[in-house]
Design a protein around this ligand. Structure first.
Ligand code: HEC
Ligand code: HEC
Length: 326
């Protein structure tokens, strides 16, 4: 009797290991959604989730982000900017898990991208926190509501960064539909064959960790002061790219957003060269780190660059380029 019981126990254990339901294999192709895969592996849905993208809504969202206005509301979101003044909507880093401003510059130079203060909206639906790091110093308690909530982050940017009105409910929804068209796909993570196999074979938690190690879930932000020691030594080629794809993106006299114009003209470049060693807003060392602030009656302002968006060496590169006009 005892033996039979033991036999039954061993048999059941054996049968269990043989026939136990295996975890459902995650199926993914290059074009699969990273977000859906993570959800399938057990992560909870996010509050900004859109399960099915509506093409017409995504179109309105596109128009709001690119042109500042859509058929959902005749009134422009901001009189001064569009979201594109400060944000790209395409990939801007080769390495998504360790982005650096140096690599971003090379990537931007190769792909002819604007080089801006705000992070790209590409992949933003895959991030988990917003206005990170030092942004709490600039926007104070407003960051609390925006830090873990994409919709609030958009509204904070619409009103504070873009100095415009908040989006209405329909517009916000349309913008989310558009932003989901910019979500990360597996091909964006550039996985090796071994990594793909590991995602199939590991436990769900290990697979989640591996996928998440391939891109940053937040955009870090560190505020820094202007440099006191200024060498003006750097790459004039990189400096020229920063001048044309960053400064001129807003200051260009034909399609810029400010009254202070900067073009590839020796007058403008000489002006900046003359001010390199000053400690006021006309020095690139100063203006890049502090920007300007909206004042009553004149709302266009310049967002400053964090260390992650423009490095000290890149400011020296810009100085090296500008110095050639002295
Ligand atoms: C004048 C510049 C400017 C304009 C215009 C602007 N933004 Fe921003 N935005 C920023 C800066 C600077 C940040 C903070 C840096 C960053 O992106 O991490 C930011 C942050 C954000 C964030 C949070 C990003 C993150 O990962 O922390 C979102 C979302 C956002 N903006 C959406 C928008 C949308 C949508 C619009 C248009 C309605 C817009 N922004 C217009 C400059 C701008
Ligand atoms: C996102 C848009 C944007 C970008 C990018 C930008 N600026 Fe500005 N900048 C502004 C706005 C807006 C003002 C406010 C100017 C005004 O219209 O009075 C300003 C002001 C300035 C001023 C002070 C002008 C004054 O009379 O008060 C300087 C100098 C300046 N920017 C230089 C630069 C340089 C150099 C770069 C590139 C490193 C740059 N800006 C990048 C938008 C931008």
């Amino acid at each position: 009797m005892k033996n039979l019981a033991l036999f039954m126990l061993v048999f059941t254990l054996f049968a269990f290991t043989l026939f136990a339901p295996k975890k459902d294999k995650l199926k993914f192709s290059e074009n699969s959604s990273v977000y859906n895969a993570l959800k399938q592996l057990g992560l909870s849905p996010v509050t900004h989730e859109i399960t099915k993208i509506d093409t017409q809504l995504a179109r309105y969202g596109y128009e709001i982000i690119h042109n500042g206005q859509s058929n959902l509301n005749k009134k422009r979101q901001s009189k001064h900017f569009t979201c594109r003044s400060c944000h790209n909507v395409v990939r801007e880093d080769d390495n998504l898990s360790h982005p650096t401003p140096e690599d971003r510059l090379k990537y931007g130079l190769k792909n002819d991208l604007p080089f801006l203060q705000g992070t790209t909206l590409w992949g933003i639906v895959n991030r988990e926190s917003y206005y990170n790091g030092d942004y709490v110093k600039k926007y104070g308690s407003k960051v609390e509501k925006a830090n873990k909530n994409l919709e609030n982050a958009i509204q904070l940017c619409a009103t504070e960064c873009a100095q415009g009105r908040a989006l209405n409910k329909e517009e916000l929804n349309a913008v989310l539909h558009y932003l989901w068209t910019l979500e990360l796909k597996f091909e964006d993570l550039i996985l090796t064959k071994q990594e793909k196999e590991a995602i199939h074979n590991q436990s769900n938690n290990q697979a989640i960790d591996l996928i998440k190690s391939k891109y940053l879930q937040y955009s870090p932000a560190t505020f820094v002061d202007q440099m006191q020691v200024r060498t003006k030594k750097g790459s004039p080629e990189h400096g020229r790219y920063i001048y044309e794809k960053s400064c001129m993106h807003c200051h260009n006299s034909s399609k810029g957003v400010t009254n202070f114009t900067l073009d590839v003209s020796s007058i403008d470049l000489k002006f900046l060269a003359k001010n390199l060693d000053t400690y006021n807003k006309y020095s690139i060392y100063w203006i890049t780190r502090y920007g300007t602030h909206p004042v009553a009656g004149y709302k266009p302002y310049m967002p400053h660059y964090t260390k992650e968006r423009l490095s000290d060496q890149q400011i020296e590169d810009l100085a090296a380029y500008i110095s050639t006009f002295n």
